[in-house]
Design a protein around this ligand. Structure first.
Ligand SMILES: C[S@@+](CC[C@H](N)C(=O)[O-])C[C@H]1O[C@@H](n2cnc3c(N)ncnc32)[C@H](O)[C@@H]1O
Length: 347
């Protein structure tokens, strides 16, 4: 038996984010469902009943039988059981990324000797993976390219990646790319309305622009990118997805290129959490009346209110009324610091 928070299905996402933020979700259990559109979110022993009842008025806390989560094929620790010692498994970083047929691992120096064992375990589990690479340093400051070293497989870091029906050429040796933003791209694409003018600052190989174009073909999107290699791939990807009538890729610095477009935008997407603050005044300046800015930031989980206040202050300084329509947790970054998108309505 496990304690669960039982509430209406419509509240599930908000409640899940709240529990994750508080550290109250029992992450090793499946989420349950009951008849009549209720979900059951498993709680660990740290939750505070009073706070939950106050926050989710029509919820209840009950004892239920939920199943433990089955071992995931994507969990490296499970895959390595029996191949490396129990003691060393503790140091395995269980998550990894796949971009097309390339798998990217993070291996701690103390597990150096297991590098090939780990890579071969992945190859056995996923025969479609052709290249296994390993993170080999920190991302650069501006282009945010991840240094990678190939452990085994074909000697290339170029691949074709598919997301939400969009095909993208990606060269991980030269550009930033993260499949982890895939759900966020879809969420934003669903928000875009007919005839909107959308600006993607820091557009990379155009994943945001192309997913938007796929789901809302009656809009216009500008995607601005400083890295020439990423820009070239963006242009290739626009052709590949026959989206040239919707998406325009621009090479250059947003500071100089956005003013040249000669538009004000109904929606501005800022997927560069390390530097987005720096460019928020620019986004506010080119936001049309009643537009939305989606700014992605790294924020301490305890400093969300402060971040909201700071965003509104930037808008105020530019003489614009703004309101935070919502925020969404979108991946962790460091202990107690996560990546958030803030949806900001600009009057
Ligand atoms: C975190 S990456 C995001 C890329 C892309 N949006 C994606 O999700 O795949 C940030 C991107 O911004 C680009 N960049 C950095 N400074 C820029 C600037 N001043 N103007 C335009 N692009 C910039 C980098 O080259 C990099 O591709």
């Amino acid at each position: 038996m496990v304690k669960v928070l039982r509430l209406k299905k419509e509240l599930a996402q908000t409640a899940k984010e709240f529990l994750l933020q508080k550290g109250w979700l029992a992450t090793g259990m499946t989420m349950g469902r009951s008849v009549q559109r209720y979900v059951l979110l498993p709680l660990n022993d740290k939750f505070d009943e009073k706070v939950l009842k106050k926050k989710f008025e029509k919820s209840s806390i009950e004892n239920r039988n939920l199943k433990p989560l089955p071992p995931m094929p994507g969990n490296l620790k499970h895959m390595l059981q029996g191949l490396i010692s129990e003691k060393d498994i503790e140091y395995v970083i269980k998550s990894y990324d796949t971009v097309g047929d390339i798998c990217i691992l993070e291996i701690l120096p103390k597990l150096e000797k297991y590098e090939l064992v780990i890579a071969h375990a992945i190859k056995r589990a996923f025969p479609s993976i052709k290249v296994i690479a390993r993170k080999a340093g920190e991302r650069g400051d501006i282009f945010r390219v991840m240094p990678l070293r190939i452990i085994t497989g074909e000697k290339r870091l170029h691949t074709v990646y598919k997301e939400h029906g969009v095909l993208m050429n990606v060269d991980l040796a030269k550009v930033y790319f993260s499949p982890r933003a895939s759900h966020e791209r879809l969420r934003l694409a669903y928000l875009v309305k007919k005839n909107e003018k959308v600006l993607v600052m820091f557009g990379g190989v155009a994943p945001y622009a192309l997913v938007i174009a796929k789901y809302q073909p009656n809009c216009r999107v500008w995607t601005v990118e400083l890295n020439e290699d990423a820009h070239k791939l963006a242009e290739e990807n626009i052709r590949l997805n026959r989206a040239g009538h919707i998406v325009t890729a621009i090479l250059g610095d947003v500071t100089t290129e956005v003013p040249k477009i000669g538009e004000r935008f109904d929606r501005i997407i800022m997927p560069f959490p390390e530097k987005a603050w720096e460019f928020l005044p620019l986004a506010v300046k080119y936001a049309a009346p009643n537009s939305t800015i989606h700014i992605v930031l790294f924020v301490k989980d305890s400093a969300i209110e402060e971040a909201k206040k700071n965003i509104l202050n930037v808008a105020k300084k530019a003489g614009r009324d703004a309101k935070i329509a919502g925020w969404r947790l979108f991946g962790s970054y460091a202990p107690r610091t996560s990546r958030y998108t803030f949806d900001v309505l600009v009057k």
